[in-house]
Design a protein around this ligand. Structure first.
Ligand code: GLU
Length: 283
């Protein structure tokens, strides 16, 4: 049991309806919050408006309710929070912790790829060109951190890249929004899919630059398609229906390693799962 009040969250992107992969993320974060007598918040991650599907957010919220997962507090919607992200970026720029970047994708490809930013605009922006995006000055430090499921993690300074926090198309980046929103909501533990394990060092360095506490992290394995790729709205994963809540919840429990839960309503199934839930280290 934690010595501080537990606040967890589920943060779906409204790029389509809830599917089995996102249901697993919802269930894992919900069970962990409830097993720790904590709060479970829901945040709609529509910071990238170009990917938002109209109606998906309300559909996801309705499905969560239909599956018996009732959130605490108000639902936070990232697209309503641009003024906050703008102010944080202003602070980072004024403290020299971020910089305007004029590089195009083509510029970066011509100097060896997009993975690690070569620092072109970092100290002296090229004369006469307008910045297009804003990048965070990633510290050139090694980082060690502990994931509750994956165990000890290391990120080497050699792979540190000054990542984008405001995009050339005007949208704020997910990596900025997630850090700001988790901190503002007082999230103490992030339970999410392992596709975000690699981004976590960027989130931790940004938290440190902004003076935020770092939450605990638990990255669970993802539900995959038969071809071994991440189940996602992009590859048209089949949406889960409210009518099939008991079966789908049992499938999600099984995926998360929980067995022997029997009940006839989603709420009772979840209550049974909370009792046997514990985070298992896969390290
Ligand atoms: N919005 C992300 C997704 O739907 C999850 C981000 C997170 O949990 O930090 O994949």
């Amino acid at each position: 049991m934690l010595d501080k009040k537990y606040i967890g969250r589920f943060a779906p992107s409204p790029t389509g309806r809830l599917h089995f992969g996102s249901l697993v993320a919802a269930v894992a974060s919900y069970l962990d919050a409830k097993a720790n007598s904590g709060k479970w918040l829901v945040r709609i991650e529509d910071v990238d408006g170009s990917r938002t599907v109209p109606g998906a957010a309300s559909d996801i919220l309705k499905t969560l309710e239909g599956y018996g997962m009732h959130h605490d507090g108000e639902v936070v919607v990232q697209s309503e929070r641009s003024h906050i992200y703008r102010q944080i970026i202003g602070d980072l720029l004024s403290k020299d912790l971020a910089f305007g970047c004029a590089c195009t994708r083509k510029d970066l490809e011509s100097v060896g790829g997009l993975a690690i930013y070569p620092g072109t605009c970092k100290n002296v922006p090229p004369p006469g060109v307008q910045p297009r995006s804003v990048r965070f000055k990633m510290p050139r430090e090694n980082l060690q951190w502990q994931d509750l499921i994956k165990g000890g993690q290391r990120a080497s300074s050699a792979s540190a890249s000054d990542f984008i926090i405001k995009r050339a198309d005007g949208y704020y980046a997910y990596h900025l929004a997630v850090v700001v929103d988790d901190a503002e909501a007082g999230v103490t533990r992030v339970v999410r899919g392992e596709d975000l394990l690699e981004s976590t060092p960027s989130h931790i360095f940004l938290q440190q630059a902004l003076g935020y506490a770092t939450p605990e992290y638990a990255h669970f394995k993802l539900a995959l398609t038969d071809e071994g790729t991440k189940l996602s709205k992009v590859n048209h994963a089949v949406p889960v229906e409210i009518e099939e809540a008991p079966e789908q919840l049992l499938k999600a429990f099984e995926f998360l390693g929980l067995a022997g839960i029997e009940a006839d309503t989603p709420e009772k199934l979840l209550a049974g799962a909370v009792k046997v839930w514990h985070i298992k280290s896969q390290a």
